[in-house]
Design a protein around this ligand. Structure first.
Ligand code: SAJ
Length: 454
């Protein structure tokens, strides 16, 4: 290990190293808190003054970070925050936890990484460790981050140290938080790898060293592409089962009794969130640059992206049994968050479903206890739309209720009792009812029972 590296290692091991985290969202703030808990003076850096003010005031805006923890760390002088990157002059390590969204063209939007690294480079000094955490394509650390930092004249691996370690934060997960999710770490050089492992090892229980930053970048993309492709597979199975009059939900539940070699995924109205619909396209974009055709990723994206259309078709078929059309019907979308019992709307398929219904002439309303308003920019209806209450006595006014997100708090008995037709995209209603049409399952009319259809 070089003298420069050894000096930083000693600072890390003695907790004298000044640690910094750029990007104080659901990844960065919990990491800064863990570094503070590990005994470091951790400094958060974010462009959002509201985040910085909240941390300074000891007020948490991330549900996974209790305000009490923030208060004790800020009071102990082990956690502070600023919008001023010049603090980097005083820092020994920086973890970069900024967003990596997709552009409309499904190309990677690297602007957050580039602006963060450029801001750091202005104050980069000898003996620093920089670790990128943002989910990105293999090669980013070496091809984007390293050149920007070496433009200062300092050399990675000699004057400063560079690593990649994918974030694995699962917001709201009651079992797995930052400190107890194994942390994959890849360094540009052996010294880089050792220093990054040493830093993370002070705050996280299990470190998983890999041989390079590219391997570490690819690990995260495999994890989330695995989910997107398997969700695509089960969505395609749902489309097949619909045609073959087989109940896909019963099929998956029976398949998951296999104690090995199988992992249950469930069909749904599409793929939401800021990870699963996006990360695989970072990989496919890079793969295409090398002349490789990433067919699985593209096909999964096609199938998952088509599910909102299938849901609207299902609604049209259900209304048709009542001699109604989507055009002119009053349709209530139950649940718009991208998954159950959260308030996150990013990439939510409910927005696609609502836009498609609106385009076909339906009068669209939605209910979601976690989402009070959907703004015009978020769906193609062109105007803000406020959530309605989904309460007993209020449901009969709708021609169709579509369960898009199966929040636990919904009164499903009331929906079944009062809605003329229900389209259930999440198998939220377990019993069979003459007015409930389920995604990927035989309709009420073909359930072989004497259920009368009005
Ligand atoms: N979905 C399905 N069928 C499934 C699972 C999910 O349609 O069987 C849909 C969800 O409704 C949602 C989307 O896919 O719209 C994504 O769901 P998700 O369960 O993957 O949840 P996320 O987006 O919160 O994914 C995060 C990821 N965590 C990180 O990237 C660090 C993912 O790796 C986790 O496995 C996942 O949480 C989790 O297990 O909760």
């Amino acid at each position: 290990m070089s003298l420069v590296a050894a000096a930083l290692l000693e600072k890390i091991q003695s907790r004298r190293a000044r640690t910094g985290v750029v990007g104080l969202g659901y990844v960065g703030l919990p990491l800064a808190v863990e570094l503070g808990r590990a005994g470091f003076h951790a400094t958060g850096i974010d462009l959002d003054e509201r985040k910085v003010a909240a941390i300074t005031a000891g007020r948490s805006y991330i549900p996974d970070v209790p305000t009490a923890d923030l208060v004790s760390l800020t009071r102990a002088g082990r956690l502070d925050a600023t919008t001023d990157f010049s603090i980097v002059r005083e820092l020994d390590t920086i973890n970069i936890c900024v967003p990596t969204p997709l552009r409309k063209t499904k190309d990677p939007d690297m602007s957050y990484i580039v602006s963060a690294v450029e801001a750091i480079a202005k104050y980069l000094h000898e003996g620093m460790l920089i670790a990128l955490e943002s989910t990105t394509y293999p090669g980013t650390t070496e091809e984007v981050v390293q050149p920007l930092l070496e433009a200062t004249g300092l050399k990675a691996g000699r004057d400063f140290f560079l690593a990649f370690s994918p974030e694995r934060v699962d917001p709201g997960n009651p079992t797995f938080q930052t400190h107890n999710v194994p942390k994959v770490v890849g360094g540009l050089t052996p010294d880089c790898a050792k220093l990054a492992a040493a830093l993370y090892g002070t705050a996280i229980e299990t470190i998983v060293p890999v041989s390079s930053t590219r391997v570490a970048e690819m690990v995260k993309l495999l994890e989330n592409t695995f989910r997107a492709v398997n969700i695509g597979l089960v969505n395609e199975l749902a489309l097949m089962c619909d045609k073959m009059k087989i109940d896909v939900w019963e099929v998956v539940d029976a398949a998951k009794t296999k104690p090995f070699g199988f992992m249950a995924f469930y069909p749904g109205p599409g793929l939401g969130g800021h990870c699963i619909p996006i990360d695989p396209f970072y990989l496919s974009w890079k793969a295409k640059q090398t002349g490789f055709d990433p067919r699985f990723i593209e096909l999964a994206g096609h199938i998952n992206g088509g599910m909102p259309h299938y849901v609207v078709e299902k609604a049209a078929d259900a209304l048709n049994t009542r001699r109604k059309s989507i055009n002119g019907s009053r349709i209530l979308v139950a649940g718009v968050a991208y998954k159950r019992d959260i308030d996150d709307m990013r990439e939510s398929p409910a927005l696609d479903v609502m836009g498609l219904l609106h385009a076909k002439g339906a009068s669209v309303a939605y209910a979601d206890p976690f989402v009070p308003v959907v703004h015009a920019r978020e769906w193609s209806g062109g105007h803000d739309i406020r959530a309605v209450d989904l309460t007993r006595g209020s449901i009969g006014q709708y021609d169709c209720v579509i369960i898009v997100t199966d929040h636990k708090s919904f009164d499903y008995d009331a929906i079944v009792a009062e809605a003329d037709v229900v389209v259930d995209t999440r198998n939220a209603i377990k019993q069979r009812h003459p007015n409930v049409f389920r995604l990927g399952a035989p309709g009420p009319e073909s359930q072989g029972s004497n259920i009368a259809i009005a």
